[in-house]
Structures are given as structure tokens and as C-alpha cells.
Design a protein around this ligand. Structure first.
Ligand code: 173
Length: 323
């Protein structure tokens, strides 16, 4: 291998920098949601915690959000080590391994999954397929909804074009929709231009990028459970000492423990705000609501199992509600 003089100079420089700063390690952190919006805020709190508590040991350099890197590329960037730590949802890296999108179907709390083997089963897949360690789930108590610009009277999206990510694909197709996949950053323009008649999104967050201006209806009940988590590259992790790891796992653990209260507050506030903004609720009640949810889970699991015939059925056992 030929070593370029500039590369040698850079290596010497980086060695002297780390010696001078007494082994403080700097990690590159990225979020797949716009900076300072709902799904990034707990990550930003986590970074502040690590940088305060890790002073002299470890710090996270916040690269930012989708302006720095397209959301659907975050998974590959974490896998290859282009970034060290990421705030991202499984639906954005099904290109790395398709089972990532199964978290949305979990009907048991993370604390239980961490005990019943479900978490360990997923962790092994993260290790083998992504060279990643799953640190904490910062969003895990919030359902998704269909938001529309046109009304519907029954659970039927025939003739409607709906913006999706992998989260919603099978369910919305089962409801008859024509689906259009986009990153969150393209939803506003798609609504404005009439490219879509609606979109999938969790209960909270539609005000962050102005979508309320174009949204007329929210469909209830919400289905599945949104997932946004912190991941760290395993090679990076293996180079950290016990003290550095503890700063990170402690902060991540606190964020996961606070997530239920954080989400409950945000969801209640946004539901009130949606009402104020004139967004009407289309609700499927009673047996209709139950059938709607059953269809969501049936379609969701069918999608996972089709892409992952070996792991899919196992994950379904670990993740589903006890019958
Ligand atoms: O972009 C999305 O609609 C999506 O898949 C998602 C997942 C988790 C939280 C927020 C959005």
C-alpha cells in the first residue's frame, strides 16, 4: 500500500491532537429528522448530557440532520463508520436489513422486550448486519395515523395517493391506496402540489414542518408504535473504555426511561393543537376500529415475514401482545 505524504502528516497531526486533549474521544453524531424538531429533541438532550458528563473523556460532535445527510442514508453511514452515533428509525434503514422496521409492531414495552429475549434477538441482527449496537429507544409510546386532505367515510383509501415510508407501505396498500415514498422533508411540497392526498405520521410532530397548513383530517385510532432510537457503530464502541461507555449508556438509559412521559406530554399537546388548527378527526369506532387495527398488524407482519422468512416469525412471537 502506498502512503501519501499528506496522509502521513494528517495521521501525525491527529495523534498529537488526541495526546494533547488527554484521550478525549470525539464521536460524530447525526439525526435523520430535522434539527430541533420533535424526533430530534431527545437526541439533542442526550448529546448535551454526554458532553457535560463526559468532559475530558468523550464528546459528541453534532453534525446535524437531513441537511447534512439524507435520512435514508443514515443507516449505511452508521454501518460503514462515516458517522459514529445516529438518531434514526428502522424504516429509514431497511436497505441495511429489513427486520429494522419490525420495532413498529412491538406491542410490549422495551423493558419487557429487554427481558423476554426480543431485544437480544434484534441486537444480534444489528450486530451481524449493521455492525451496530442499539443504545436506546427514545420514541416508543406513540401510534401512527393517516392524515388526509380529503375525507373518507370508511377504512378505504382507494383512489387516494398517500405518502409513505416502509412503516406504512403494506397497510396503506391493503386499504387500497396508491403509495408514494418520500423523506419527511418532501412531505410539505408533495401536499402543496397535490402529488399526495395525505401521509402517514405519528400523533405528534405535524406542526414542526408546517404540514398542519395542508392537513384537514386525522384518522383514528392510531396504529402500531413509532420507534426512534440511538445507535452506535460497533467498531467505534469497541475502542471506548469502560468510563466512556458508561457516560453513553447512562445518558441513553435515562432518555429511554423518560420517553413515556415525554411522548405523553407531546402527544396531548399536539392533539389539542390539531383541534385548534381545525383538523377534524375521522374515527373508526368499536368493531370497525378493531378490524382496522387487526388489518394494520396483519399487513405489517406479512410484510416483515415476506422479507425475512426466518427472523420475521420469531420476532412476531417476541413482539406481539400475549393472546
Ligand atoms: O417518516 C415517517 O413517517 C416515519 O417512518 C417515521 C417513523 C418514526 C417517527 C416518525 C416518522
Amino acid at each position: 500500500m502506498r502512503i501519501w505524504p499528506a496522509a502521513v502528516a494528517a495521521l501525525c497531526l491527529s495523534a498529537s491532537v488526541s495526546a494533547a486533549s488527554a484521550q478525549e474521544v470525539t464521536l460524530k453524531g447525526i439525526t435523520s429528522f430535522a434539527e430541533k424538531t420533535l424526533n430530534s429533541r431527545s437526541f439533542e438532550r442526550f448529546i448535551d448530557m454526554v458532553n457535560a458528563e463526559g468532559k475530558g473523556k468523550v464528546r459528541i460532535d453534532y453534525i446535524g440532520g437531513p441537511k447534512a445527510m439524507p435520512p435514508f442514508e443514515v443507516g449505511n453511514a452508521l454501518k460503514s463508520g462515516v458517522v459514529d452515533i445516529a438518531n434514526v428509525t428502522g424504516a429509514f434503514y431497511t436497505n441495511v436489513f429489513p427486520e429494522s422496521d419490525a420495532w413498529k409492531l412491538a406491542q410490549r414495552p422495551m423493558a419487557e422486550l429487554r427481558k423476554n429475549g426480543g431485544f437480544d434477538y434484534m441486537a444480534k441482527i444489528y450486530d451481524e448486519r449493521m455492525n451496530a449496537i442499539f443504545l436506546a429507544r427514545q420514541i416508543g409510546h406513540t401510534p401512527f395515523h393517516i392524515y388526509l386532505t380529503k375525507p373518507i367515510t370508511k377504512p378505504d383509501l382507494t383512489g387516494l395517493k398517500i405518502r409513505i415510508t416502509p412503516v406504512y407501505r403494506e397497510f396503506f396498500q391493503a386499504l387500497g391506496a396508491t403509495v408514494v415514498q418520500t423523506a419527511p422533508g418532501e412531505v410539505y411540497t408533495a401536499l402543496e402540489r397535490g402529488v399526495v392526498d395525505g401521509y402517514g405520521w405519528p400523533t405528534a410532530g405535524i406542526f414542526d414542518l408546517g404540514w398542519h397548513e395542508k392537513t384537514k383530517y386525522r384518522v383514528d385510532p392510531g396504529f402500531y408504535t413509532a420507534e426512534v432510537s440511538f445507535l452506535i457503530n460497533k467498531t467505534t464502541w469497541s475502542k471506548l473504555d469502560a468510563g466512556q461507555r458508561k457516560v453513553i449508556t447512562d445518558a441513553a438509559g435515562r432518555i429511554e426511561a423518560q420517553s413515556a412521559a415525554f411522548e405523553a406530554k407531546e402527544n396531548a399537546a399536539d392533539i389539542a393543537k390539531q383541534k385548534q388548527a381545525g383538523i377534524q378527526v375521522i374515527e373508526f369506532k368499536g368493531a370497525d376500529g378493531e378490524a382496522y387495527l387487526a388489518k394494520a398488524y396483519e399487513a405489517g407482519w406479512a410484510g416483515i415475514i415476506k422479507q425475512s422468512p426466518v427472523h420475521g416469525p420469531k420476532l412476531r412471537e417476541f413482539f406481539s401482545k400475549a393472546k
